[in-house]
Design a protein. Structure first.
Length: 339
């Protein structure tokens, strides 16, 4: 049976020669998982041949099956099953990547899991600029491996088979705008037991009958590096928009809360102003006892003014009497006025 493993081909320079290894994963790895697996596996290869130290990844390049050239591997979204990857190590006086053809891939010396059959040799040579060039042909993936990848694409529900509608959808998605009769003929060729369903084994047999059609279904399913990066950038932009929207919503909630707090503070200020005004008004009011006391005080002072006026008049009359008496030669004097 065919094990559902995700295989990538990774080549690097060890002791002046190229080593191309098949690395298998239970599913498509993340960029970090791929980097760690490469460093662990090639470190094991170094120890196997007695080379001291640990293998380190400086950068990665991946062969784009659609563009037919090497591009920098920057994200896991660029990965597809059976892609060929070249690993550059940090360049030092003790290590410099050399220009050699890439050998046929093989399993690691220290097994890390199930290994699938090797793909055919691909001639590739690192360029002088540190990248990879000189592509003679693209990797020749075994036809059964292609069938497996295409089958997983068609059987999106993981049912273990696909039906006519699934097959028609994938053909049209890949730009194979066949007539209904042609699609029916192709499906009929795949459905060996005529149960209206096509299994992986049936599709593998069909792939040997229509190898060019299988190539088209396989390679057109692989995004170009540009498409992968654009989709990755779109995804990042959507995530950034979502994060900004969440931040705006939080700021709006904070603003609403601040507005509510400001309204509450304003209400409290109004209450305090009313209390202050009431206190000021009470301060201006006089009680009946206070008013009576003030009125009695004013009345008393008026009486005192009358007494002082009468005293002044009496004093004036006394002085006038004394002057007149002196003028007449009389010793008589007015009595002193006292209180």
């Amino acid at each position: 049976g065919f094990f559902a493993m995700y295989t990538l081909l990774c080549c690097a320079d060890l002791q002046g020669g190229k080593v191309n290894l098949e690395l298998t994963f239970p599913a498509a790895p993340t960029f970090g998982e791929l980097t760690r697996r490469i460093e662990e596996t090639f470190s094991d290869e170094m120890r196997t041949v007695g080379t001291p130290g640990d293998f380190k990844v400086n950068r990665l390049q991946i062969y784009d099956d659609v563009l037919l050239k090497w591009v920098d591997l920057l994200s896991a979204v660029q990965l597809h099953e059976f892609d060929q990857i070249y690993v550059f190590q940090p360049q030092t006086p003790w290590h410099v990547d050399t220009q050699q053809d890439l050998p046929a891939p093989r399993p690691p010396s220290v097994p890390t899991g199930h290994q699938v059959q090797s793909v055919k040799h691909v001639s590739m040579t690192p360029s002088n600029g540190g990248g990879i060039g000189g592509i003679n042909n693209r990797p020749e993936i075994p036809i059964n491996d292609k069938a497996h990848v295409v089958f997983r694409d068609i059987d999106s529900g993981n049912r273990g088979y696909f039906e006519y509608g699934d097959f028609e959808r994938v053909l049209r998605d890949r730009g194979l705008d066949f007539s209904s009769n042609t699609i029916g003929e192709l499906f009929y060729k795949a459905d060996l037991n005529r149960d209206g369903r096509v299994t992986l084994d049936e599709l593998s047999n069909w792939a040997h009958i229509y190898p060019n059609t299988m190539d088209t279904l396989y390679y057109r399913a692989q995004d170009t590096s540009e498409e992968s990066m654009l989709r990755y950038q779109i995804q990042q932009a959507h995530e950034k928009i979502q994060a900004n929207q969440q931040r705006i919503a939080q700021l709006q909630r904070d603003m609403n809360q601040s507005s509510a707090e400001a309204a509450e503070i304003q209400r409290r200020i109004g209450d305090l102003q009313n209390q202050h005004a009431a206190a000021a008004a009470r301060r201006q009011e006089t009680t009946p006892d206070e008013r009576e006391l003030i009125e009695e005080e004013i009345k008393l002072e008026r009486q005192r003014d009358q007494m002082r006026l009468q005293q002044a008049r009496l004093q004036e009359a006394s002085e006038k009497f004394n002057r007149n008496a002196v003028a007449k030669g009389s010793p008589r004097r007015a009595r002193d006025v006292g209180y």
